[in-house]
Design a binder for this molecule. Structure first.
Ligand code: FEO
Length: 166
């Protein structure tokens, strides 16, 4: 039987994942303002992925006999100054999410709640991928420099991203 503490953490993660979706949508809006539709597409797909993550927590809670608790959150940051800042913040945000997942995992391990430990393994792997993606794009932006032909090339590449639930 999971503790109230563990259930609260799982519920809070629904909020964090939906917040992530809003945060990335705010970044997408910044990119559309700059006419960087490929970068915008990347963040819109990322927002869809975050909503998918939120629903995984929602579904898991119902599967273990709990009622998900839906709460609100503050407005995400909207005033960005550059693509580099946007990806720096994305990377920092993914590192924060990784630490939140790790916290829940440690509680589940202490309680020996094996279903939660098993469920979170997917997120542990996912976070490695998410941090790596943000880090790689950040490196490339630094490499080509903002407002360069390289930025337009990256825009074309990121415009190909499509979200698929896996
Ligand atoms: Fe749901 Fe980007 O972590």
């Amino acid at each position: 039987m999971p503790s109230k503490k563990l259930i609260n953490k799982l519920n809070e993660q629904i909020k964090h994942e939906f917040f992530s979706a809003h945060y990335y949508l705010a970044m997408a809006a910044f990119c559309t303002e700059k006419s960087l539709d490929g970068f915008a597409n990347f963040f819109i797909a990322q927002a869809e992925e975050e909503r998918f993550h939120a629903m995984k927590f929602f579904d898991f809670l119902t599967e273990i006999g709990e009622t998900p608790v839906i709460t609100g959150f503050d407005d995400p940051k909207r005033d960005f100054s550059s693509l580099e800042e946007v990806f720096q913040l994305s990377l920092e945000h993914e590192k924060l999410v990784t630490s939140l997942i790790n916290d829940i995992l440690e509680i589940a391990q202490e309680e020996k709640h094996h279903p939660t430990v098993s469920f979170l393994q997917w997120f542990v792997d996912e976070q490695v991928e998410e941090e790596d993606t943000m880090s790689q794009i950040l490196d490339k932006i630094k490499m080509v420099g903002e407002n360069s032909p390289g930025t337009l090339f990256l825009d074309g590449e990121l415009g190909k991203r499509k979200f698929s639930a896996e």
